[in-house]
Ligand binder design. Structure first.
Ligand code: MN
Length: 254
């Protein structure tokens, strides 16, 4: 199986290296990843300047690797269309430093790269750990799970238009409770703009904030990870509100 690995933390991220190492046991791994951190860029694509790809070496387990001065979605597009010799049969994005749970999947470059795989007709996995620190708590387990999920997809296939979003809790692997299959929760942010002043008295702003989980059902991804479970969500992008279409048609809209 040909596997394309990408991420949004940049090609030098330790998470990507560990993922490549684990997946090289499952298939032939190629890498196309951003040349720098691109977290939180969602599904952005680069259309108003040229993109440059540089082939690099030194990623153990990868047969080919390119760094691209673009977004995670750009990496998948270029990887599939022009850079890689063989079309990938699986896109794996991560291992991200920091969780991608609930509504955050929409902001996430990690998940968006997997979505780009789906758009191109390739099954995909996004994998994230909850630890942001230098410790990378759970990284080995995350890479191992991605490899297990890749094997399972190879065996069973995934429904069309579906990716697996895997998130691990911030715990040592032996303290994790196991795997829970979950739904995407609803995560909002409180106090998410911090206003500061530069040395010349001009205001500037940081987007930040505290996550507030609105949907804490027992099978939500946010709840599961808080409770120490490994969350695996089958995510799809059927965005139409089917049930509301009929009522909307009955509205007087002009
Ligand atoms: Mn990231």
């Amino acid at each position: 199986m040909n596997i394309l690995v990408t991420n949004d933390d940049g090609i030098r991220s330790r998470g990507l290296r560990e993922l490549v190492r684990a997946l090289s046991e499952v298939g032939t791994v190629s890498v196309v990843a951003p040349d720098q951190e691109r977290s939180g860029t969602g599904h952005a694509v680069t259309m108003h300047r040229p993109l440059r790809a540089v082939e690099i070496s030194g990623i153990p387990g990868a047969v080919q690797a390119f760094q691209l001065d673009g977004t995670p979605a750009d990496c998948v597009k270029l990887g599939v269309e022009v850079l890689l010799e063989h079309r990938p049969q699986l896109v794996v994005s991560g291992v991200n430093a920091g969780p991608n749970l609930g509504t955050d999947v929409l902001y996430s470059g990690t998940v968006s790269a997997a979505v780009e795989g789906l758009i191109m007709g390739i099954p995909a996995i996004a994998v994230s750990i909850s630890d942001h620190s230098e410790e990378w708590l759970g990284l080995d387990k995350a890479a191992q799970l991605a490899a297990g999920a890749a094997r399972a997809i190879m065996k069973n296939g995934l429904p069309e238009d579906t990716l697996l979003n895997i998130n691990l809790p911030r715990l040592p692997a032996e303290e994790m409770k196991g795997i829970k299959i979950t739904r995407v929760g609803i995560r909002r942010y409180r106090d998410f703009v911090e206003k500061r002043e530069d040395p010349w008295g001009r205001p500037y702003y940081w987007l930040t904030g505290e996550a507030v989980d609105m949907d804490e059902g027992p099978d939500s991804d946010t709840r599961a990870v808080k409770d120490g479970w490994i969350s695996i969500t089958p995510v799809r992008f059927q965005l139409t509100h089917e049930e509301f279409m009929k009522e909307l048609a009955s509205w007087n809209l002009d």
